[in-house]
Design a protein around this ligand. Sequence first.
Ligand SMILES: [Zn+2]
Ligand SMILES: [Zn+2]
Length: 187
Amino acid sequence: MTIGLCEALCAVWEKPVMRINILALGPEEQPVPFAGTVDLSYVVRWGEVPFPEPVSVSGTACSKHGQTLVELEAQYTLHTTCARCLQPMVRRETARFDYVVVEQLEQDSPQDWVEAPGGMLDITALVGEDLLLALDAANLCREDCKGLCPVCGADRNHIDCDCSAQKKNDPRFAALSKLLDDKKDTQ
Ligand SMILES: [Zn+2]
Ligand SMILES: [Zn+2]
């Protein structure tokens, strides 16, 4: 069943693409499972490759009243940089998405519906787009990451640089922080 539906690894450009044929689902309201891996290693965001490893995708497709409901789960390893300490971080993630798919969108179709021209739904493109959208803009290596010291740039998770202690005692920093406080007041 899975193999008939999932036209996996059909070469488009030079990348293998995972597609399912929504016109081959059989009886209405019977979810048909599909599974495979998609290659999103071509995705680049802010100079990083967030998904260098294959993404496992599994889900079901179910036709109902001329539409197809697709639910899927993507399991992937996110490679990015901590927003506070700027260290590379790697994390296993799971994301779930569902879609209403039609062979052809009409003018009054809801905006979030997905078109599958000729019945072929491009799972790779869908998952790639949605994983990018789901990427948290501020990923942290851990919830309580202390980040970098704004004065000396030390990673405060590893180094206790003492800058905040010095700041209190140094008249130059006192003048600077007064300036910053004044600026805050005028904003
Ligand atoms: Zn961090
Ligand atoms: Zn410091």
